[in-house]
Design a protein around this ligand. Structure first.
Ligand code: NIG
Ligand code: FE
Length: 404
């Protein structure tokens, strides 16, 4: 039996209660214990409380002095595109000069330029890329991450990507409908191929399927066809929706019982109401809106209406080249008008819910995995407050120090 005691912490902050996802007022109900300890046994949290209530422990216990530090749950990034080769720094410079993301995409750049680089990379190069990106994420406090394929769009590269994500420590999502590759005549012909030739294997490697429902990518009828086939194959459903235009992602997600719609920068009042009345989680990606200089998603209205929300980075080389969830928390407070407590719940417990792991990830509470961060800060809200700052993060995964 291995035991870890983190003692004398200035604060332990965790989403309160036992339910997930948390919505409405409960989203901001973070429980803060001052002068606290966390006790872990064999990679699991077994007790959390005030130092005054800590009983004497017999036998071997590894102790960590938490004085002057705060503990929060390990962050959960539920939306990344961490499996890619190459970069888009040229495109970034062109955008700085006035070109738009959609124009570059329509001209065969954007996503398709990363497809060319990713197809040219072998399996070990992709595995190394995911591991490198996991190291970057860990340094910013992410202890669980999802990653999508979608830069292969041929059978071999899609399956290679899903395997690299799993072997690199991520939770794989098959983004088989990300863009139409140059060798396909049109989106329907591409989907014929993807569903017949890739889905049977992809459904064994991935936990979820995702589609980019957008002008210039896949329309509602095509997204429906793709998602229905993926559901039939046992995959959880997710959609990139309402990023540039409101093209029917939310009604489709609600109808098909999807787990999430992600982006929502273009969502109207009607869409907000439909999300609030559903079990679909809105995954908000403010770093992507910032990176592309697009409108921010209507986070406050979604929360006030009662929708479940999560926050994620959207880490990818084109529209959000950042792996930092603390930065996303800062943007959530300054741009989305969420409180630090709402932001914390949205990138821990509610993000774990999107990944089907809210029973084990996203809380510092007995029964949860001992994935936690020690922050070298006097108040846990520095997580959002210290914009792009050094939080002195020491991550633990399953009770073990997990620095890259
Ligand atoms: O979530 N919008 C579609 N897909 C990604 C971007 C991928 C890329 O530009 O490489 C997104 O923003
Ligand atoms: Fe994305």
């Amino acid at each position: 039996m291995s035991r870890l005691l983190v003692r004398d912490l200035a604060q332990v902050a965790s989403p309160a209660g036992r339910e997930a996802p948390l919505r409405g007022e409960a989203l901001g109900a973070v429980e803060v214990i001052e002068d606290a300890y966390v006790l872990c046994v064999d990679g699991c949290i077994v007790a959390v409380g005030k130092m005054d209530d800590l009983r004497v422990l017999d036998g071997d216990v590894e102790e960590i002095d938490g004085r002057g530090r705060c503990a929060v749950p390990g962050l959960v990034d539920c939306h990344t595109h961490a499996c890619f080769a190459g970069d888009r720094v040229e495109e970034f410079s062109l955008r700085a000069g006035g070109a738009t993301y959609e124009e570059l995409h329509a001209a065969g750049g954007g996503i398709l330029s990363t497809v060319r680089a990713t197809r040219a990379a072998g399996e070990s190069a992709l595995h190394e890329a995911v591991e490198r990106h996991r190291g970057w994420m860990r340094a910013h406090g992410t202890t669980t991450f999802e990653a999508k394929s979608g830069y292969g769009l041929d059978r071999d590269t899609e399956l290679r990507s899903l395997r690299a994500i799993r072997s690199g420590g991520g939770i794989p999502t098959w983004l088989g409908a990300h863009a139409v590759p140059p060798e396909s005549d049109d989106a329907d012909a591409y989907l014929d191929f993807a569903l017949a030739d890739v889905l049977p294997e992809a459904s064994k490697l991935a936990e979820a399927a995702d589609v980019f429902l957008e002008r210039g990518a896949f329309d509602t009828a095509q997204a429906r066809r793709y998602l229905e086939a993926c559901k039939e194959a046992g995959l959880v459903l997710r959609l990139h929706g309402d990023q540039f235009t409101e093209a029917g992602a939310i009604p489709l997600a609600v109808e098909l019982g999807a787990r999430s719609v992600d982006h929502l920068e273009a969502t109207s009042h009607q869409g907000i109401e439909a999300m609030a009345a559903s079990n679909v989680t809105a995954v908000l990606l403010p770093a992507s809106a910032l990176f592309l200089d697009r409108p921010m998603p209507p986070a406050r209205a979604l929360v006030n209406a009662g929708a479940a929300i999560a926050l994620a980075t959207d880490f990818n080389p084109g529209s959000a080249f950042t792996e930092s969830l603390p930065l996303v928390c800062s943007l959530a407070c300054t741009q989305l008008k969420l409180s630090p407590a709402e932001a914390l719940t949205a990138c821990t417990l509610n993000a774990a819910h999107v990944l089907g792991r809210a029973n084990t990830k996203g809380r510092i509470a007995p029964g949860y995995d001992a994935d936690l961060l020690l922050l070298d800060v006097p108040d846990w809200r520095y997580l959002a407050y210290h914009l792009a700052g050094d939080l002195g993060i020491t991550p633990f995964v399953a009770g073990q120090p997990a620095l890259p």
